[in-house]
Write a protein that binds this ligand. Structure first.
Ligand SMILES: [Fe+2]
Ligand SMILES: [Fe+2]
Length: 356
């Protein structure tokens, strides 16, 4: 995250140094008169299908730079195809009555890579047997969305939640478009035939008792905008936030729960890319973010993808409850080229689980 965006986020959310002394409750003036209550679940398991969206940071950086930089349209960049992976997670909800429901969060970038990880985890079979209820696209960024075909080829009529701010070409991809003349850009030969729910800013979409999506309109790189965020309320524990990239900022998401949800001050945990230092650049302001998250008193933090190893390692050292991965990712046919991908376990890596 750029420092400017970071600071903007802090101003917008009222988070940061001022709250680092303690959690407290938001004053009545700040609280909505009617807090949202979308029920409770018994437990939540998130399985990391893949968090390696690409394998080599400098290669992706060079591809983007050659196309005009970080504000270029993502469909106008020629990407090195050897470098592409993808982000996806299997989110399994256990309802209060014990019934389990599976959701797929995102569908990755490279069809080859996604075919490989889907097969490894049996996601392909789960889609074919309609065991997976819904596909939630967090946002239409390259690494979360371009391998749409890898999901649709198993279940073309799967219900999809899709950000309303997505690019025109991303909507066309749903219908079956081909942008693959540009290397690393997508092709979908299986048009979507199921229900499509296009999400709108700040609206809450209830998936089932205790599980909801909120859409946030926030700027991201490569001209992408907006993100669907999953919220769960776990009985006797509190709220868990599950994200693709977390472009709106983790404090924005936590504060949304605090301001708008019943018992919103109980933040139990989070999972996902936290988009703090995706290219491993340390900014001293990130210390404030560690303090800000610490003040939320979460019990479990599962992070990976665009969080930045550099942030996750420092956050763990400073006492944040980072849940360690198991290095299962090392048995995959490709691993990230950063040394930390092999030596550190502060990321929940490919094949790892977290239970809330
Ligand atoms: Fe991402
Ligand atoms: Fe993203």
């Amino acid at each position: 995250m750029k420092r400017r965006d970071f600071l903007k986020g802090m101003v917008a959310t009222g988070a940061g140094v001022a709250i680092s002394g303690g959690v407290g409750t938001l004053s009545k003036a700040h609280a909505k008169s009617k807090l949202e209550d979308f029920g409770e679940i018994k437990s939540l398991k998130v399985h990391c299908i893949s968090e390696t969206s690409w394998f080599d940071n400098p290669t992706l950086g060079a591809d983007i730079k050659a196309a005009g930089g970080i504000n270029t349209n993502q469909y106008d960049v020629a990407y090195n195809e050897e470098n592409l992976g993808g982000y996806a997670a299997l989110v399994e909800v256990e309802a209060l009555d014990g019934k389990k429901t599976k959701y797929l969060l995102d569908t990755g970038w490279s069809n080859d890579w996604m075919d490989y990880v889907f097969e490894k985890d049996g996601i392909d079979k789960m889609l074919q047997s309609k065991e997976i209820d819904t596909l939630i696209i967090s946002h239409d960024h390259i690494d979360h969305y371009f391998a749409l075909e890898s999901t649709l080829k198993h279940q073309p009529d799967i219900k999809i939640y899709f950000p309303g701010t997505s690019m025109k070409k991303s909507f066309e991809l749903l219908k079956g478009a081909d942008f693959s003349a540009t290397p690393g850009c997508p092709k979908n030969s299986v048009p979507h035939t199921g229900e499509l729910i296009v999400t709108e800013t700040n609206k809450l979409y209830k998936l089932q008792e205790g599980a909801a999506i909120v859409f946030f309109d926030a700027p991201a790189t490569l001209q992408v905008r907006g993100e669907n965020v999953m919220y769960f309320k776990i009985k006797d524990k509190g709220y868990v936030t599950v994200t693709g990239c977390c472009h709106p900022g983790i404090m924005t998401l936590i504060n949304h729960a605090r301001r708008n949800f019943k018992d919103g001050n109980n933040n139990y945990g989070c999972y996902g890319g936290l988009h703090i230092s995706p290219f491993e650049n340390w900014d001293p302001k990130m210390d404030d973010l560690i303090q800000g998250v610490k003040a939320m008193n979460m019990t479990k933090i599962g992070c990976n993808h665009c969080t930045g190893w550099i942030w996750a390692e420092k956050a763990a050292q400073m006492g944040l409850p980072i849940v360690n991965g198991t290095n299962k990712n090392l048995s995959y046919k490709k691993t990230g080229t950063l040394a930390q991908a092999k030596t550190s376990n502060v990321y929940l890596g490919n094949g790892d689980d977290i239970v809330f």
